[in-house]
Design a protein around this ligand. Structure first.
Ligand code: ZN
Length: 894
């Protein structure tokens, strides 16, 4: 016992495996038993032993290890380890040999067995119903560090190897893996499926799916076979995703000037999946909601929304086949390279395929959530040191995806399309089949563009946070000052090289420069006197008219990752410009978002924010109005705690602001723009949740007709959500008929999207007892494990104490079931975020004092910080004593 401990101790506490040996090739044979939900396997790993060593150290977790032996390639001598020790904490398997293994090639053979787990990670079981009978299929989710739950391996992205996979599965099932099938052998009711050997790839991209599917297929112009696997009888629902995948392969092949490197691409939707989708090399696995498209039953409106979701997700995953799979991050510190790029590229590609969707404007919502997250003191840099592999899960967050993609967009718009694309193509060719670090990409961009990209970008990726740019105009001189923006109201230390863009009075009078120091000035006399735009105005030839049209917008189209604070005069002129509709939708979005953040940070009053919001009341741009609604929701949450007695007046004011956009009505008009469809849904939901009487009456009437006829034309997929909110807002323990009906609709629903829609709003009831009942329902067998998180998003303010109690009471259950998975952080962030008092923050801290693990430590701190930020905001609002009167006036004014 003592000896084993000392063997393990020398390898414990390391972020990465010791480089004693490197895998070159895995020959992996897995035998699956889907009745007992278990598997056995043998892996033969071709190794290059780097130096004479008595130890081999690799990763393994929750596996029982059987026979182990090492064969030296030079003399074919076989040796068995004298000790085989596993360490659950560091997830390593240490093999100790009596005599040192020599430097050179050898093959390590390990027999092992394990259970198909129910935690949606590693090699796991997914339940499905076949002819009324509950059965299991098997699927994998290895990213980030769960290949080790399926087979012993060197589970790090830089340790790429070739994989030859063989599966023993029940005869009647379909077996899929990264590569095409080489041959099959039958043995009674078991078949052995041999797959072709893969090119060099990382362990987190290895994948296996075994189940019952129907498929549709197409071949690209380059001869790549693309297949989409759907539940039996539903292959038509895979046709749209198939179309997108074929287009994506063709588009990326052109964009990167590198062909898709595998002979096939399969996409499969499985009934239980932790994330949205996973980009395994040659075998993308999806959550059903993100891939299946029920074309026949869908209304036009529903089709559009779903198409967009499916397209963006598929474009993201297919982009990873290059960015991530062909060129892989060297270590998890560079995860953002994978995710930031795949996200940015997915918008570029979607915009290319469906320009009418205007997805770049919607990309702003992405940037906004990155800006929000990164204004926390507990944020982290894009490039973050990972000291324990388990902690990687935490950085699949808004910083890696949203900030990552936003700083890429900032750089791309500064360098221009052509240079950017050419650089990416060079990068892809230089690092194909290898690994790269962030600085490798910057070097290539510096070489190709002649701009010092490394210096510029390191200020954005190596330090957390971003700047607030304060702007003053003195005569024709614009003065800039940067300081780190924090929602806590404090000023941080950071300093950035900021690509500043600005325009004056029109988008044709532009200027750009790099602000490299804390303060800077720029002379813009030329913009005052260059009548180059369509108005032909200059200050000299018509000072009066010029003054009327005068406004300055910094950060044109919000392509930069920073916020702007204007001096009063510039701010007033900008408000006039918004009213006159001179300002673009992205800029309107940005001005509101920045003001909202400044208000949260205590740098601007709530009354000034409310006045600004009034200016947006006639806007009908989808992205602008959805941001306006988001701001409304956030203000209600804190105002509820500041002045509970007058919160109904506040809600009424927001109803007044949103009502003009509600003219879109409830029913879609054939041929209307895609974004109107989306807007209708958002507006009706907001009006329903703010308690608008008219909306509630309409909603309940339409809900009744849905009860009579599930295909009623009175409710579309988008407006159903408003009806469900209205139903739940009216539900209490004493009045629960409609709630029961909604549960019946859930139980009968045959599409995953309908089930999701209902789950999202069930907890909106103002009755805490109902909220508690809903949370218990979410955790029951009636809701798939992966779907529980949908329910948290809609928890009402009145139900937050009940939700917190539920979380505490069920903590062991939650930890056990979701503890190290991708969904876990939702339990914390969605429930804790409902509070806005320091007392509650203290209580949450005390509860988790001895319950925190590496897997969620950072997310927990961020959630608590957000509660304290809101607590401070509540205090600030309370000090604006005239607010309740002002809000009453605004509400009455209509
Ligand atoms: Zn991704």
């Amino acid at each position: 016992m003592e000896k084993k401990q000392s063997i393990i101790d020398q390898f414990k506490g390391q972020a990465r495996l010791p480089r004693l040996a490197a895998p070159r090739r895995y020959d992996l044979h897995l035998k699956l038993d889907l009745v007992a939900c278990s598997f056995t396997g043998v892996v033969r790993v071709g190794l290059a032993v780097a130096e004479a060593t008595k130890f081999l150290v690799l990763n393994a977790l929750e596996l029982a290890i059987g026979d182990v032996c090492f064969a030296d390639s030079a003399d074919q001598k076989k040796v068995r380890p004298c000790d085989v020790v596993m360490d659950d904490e560091d997830e390593i398997l240490v093999l100790a040999f009596d005599e040192a293994l020599g430097c050179g090639e050898g093959v390590l053979t390990v027999e092992f067995s394990g259970m198909l787990n129910a935690h949606l990670k590693g090699l796991y079981k997914c339940a499905y119903v076949d002819g009324g009978e509950k059965k299991y299929m098997a699927a994998t989710q290895f990213e980030a560090v769960d290949a080790r739950r399926c087979f012993p391996c060197w589970d790090e992205p830089a340790l790429k190897a070739a994989f030859q996979i063989t599966l023993d599965v029940p005869l009647e099932l379909t077996a899929l893996s990264n590569m095409p099938i080489l041959k099959e052998k039958l043995n009674g009711d078991i078949k052995t499926v041999y797959f072709e050997e893969s090119p060099m790839m990382s362990t987190y991209l290895v994948a296996v799916v075994v189940g019952s599917f129907d498929s549709v297929e197409e071949t690209t112009a380059d001869g790549i076979r693309v297949r989409v696997y759907c539940p039996p009888g539903k292959s038509d629902n895979g046709k749209f995703a198939l179309h997108v995948a074929v287009k994506a392969l063709e588009l990326y092949t052109r964009y990167f000037s590198v062909p898709y490197p595998l002979p096939k691409l399969d996409m499969v939707a499985v009934p239980e999946f932790a994330g949205g989708a996973m980009e395994n090399y040659g075998l993308i696995i999806y959550r059903e909601n993100d891939m299946l498209h029920d074309e026949l039953q869908s209304t036009a409106a529903k089709k559009q929304r779903l198409s967009e979701q499916i397209t963006v997700v598929a474009m993201h995953e297919v982009a990873h086949q290059w960015f991530g799979n062909l060129v892989t991050m060297e270590w998890w510190t560079h995860l953002w390279l994978n995710e930031g790029f795949a996200t940015w590229v997915s918008y570029m590609a979607t915009d290319n395929l469906f320009p009418e969707w205007k997805v770049w404007t919607q990309f702003l919502q992405y940037t906004a959530s990155g800006l929000h997250m990164d204004s926390l003191e507990k944020s982290h840099p894009i490039e973050v040191e990972i000291i324990h592999a388990r902690a990687v899960l935490e950085i699949f967050d808004a910083i890696s995806y949203e900030k990552g993609s936003a700083v890429i967009q900032m750089l791309q718009s500064y360098l221009g399309d052509a240079i950017f694309q050419k650089s990416l193509s060079s990068y892809m060719k230089r690092y194909a089949w290898k690994n790269a670090k962030t600085e490798d990409l910057w070097s290539v961009l510096t070489e190709e563009s002649g701009v010092e990209v490394t210096n510029l970008m390191e200020t954005w990726t190596k330090q957390k946070g971003y700047p607030l740019i304060s702007v003053n105009l003195n005569g024709h001189i614009l003065a800039f000052e940067q300081s780190q923006f924090l929602l806590s109201g404090l000023a941080g230390e950071g300093l950035w090289i900021v690509p500043i863009t600005l325009c004056l009075g029109s988008y044709e009078r532009q200027k750009k420069f790099l602000l490299k120091t804390r303060c800077g000035e720029i002379d813009i006399s030329d913009l005052f006197n260059s009548p180059s735009d369509c108005l032909g105005l200059s200050e000299e030839n018509d000072p009066e008219k010029f003054k009327e049209h005068f406004w300055i917008k910094i950060n044109i189209y919000q392509s930069g990752f920073y916020r702007v604070k204007y001096e009063d005069k510039l701010a007033t002129q900008l408000i006039k410009a918004i009213e006159s509709n001179y300002v673009s939708a992205p800029d309107k979005f940005g001005i509101l978002d920045d003001t909202h953040a400044l208000c949260q940070a205590g740098k601007q009053s709530l009354s000034s924010l409310l006045t600004l919001m009034g200016v947006y009341r006639k806007d009908i741009d989808y992205t602008v109005v959805s941001n306006l609604i988001e701001v409304c929701y956030n203000i209600v949450k804190v105002y509820y705690d500041a002045f509970p007695d007058s919160v109904d007046y506040l809600r009424q004011y927001f109803i007044n602001i949103l009502r003009p956009s509600a003219e879109l009505g409830w029913e879609s008009v054939s041929g209307e723009p895609h974004l109107n469809v989306l807007l209708r849904g958002e507006i009706s939901m907001a009006l329903a949740s703010f308690g608008d009487e008219k909306t509630h009456e309409d909603a309940i009437r339409r809900f009744k007709s849905l009860l009579m006829d599930r295909n009623t034309p009175l409710l579309s997929a988008d407006t159903k959500r408003a009806a469900y909110i209205a139903v739940m807002r009216k539900t209490t323990v004493a009045s629960r008929n409609y709630f029961e009906s909604l549960l019946s609709i859930y139980r009968e629903a045959d599409t995953v999207q309908e089930k999701e829609r209902i789950l999202r709003h069930l907890a909106a009831s103002p009755d805490p007892d109902i909220v508690m009942e809903v949370l218990n329902f979410l955790a029951s067998d009636e809701v798939r494990d992966q779907d529980i998180i949908y329910g948290f998003r809609g928890i009402s303010l009145e139900g937050r104490e009940a939700a917190w109690k539920w979380l505490k009471d069920h903590w062991d259950f939650i930890l056990n079931k979701y503890g190290t998975g991708l969904l876990f952080t939702n339990f914390l962030t969605d429930i804790i975020a409902l509070f806005s008092s320091n007392e509650k923050a203290d209580e949450v801290e005390a509860f988790f004092a001895n319950r925190t693990t590496l897997a969620f430590a950072m997310n927990l701190k961020q959630s608590i910080e957000q509660v304290r930020i809101k607590a401070r905001w509540v205090q600030n609002i309370k000090q604006e004593e005239s607010l309740p009167e002002l809000i009453k006036q605004l509400a009455i004014k209509g």
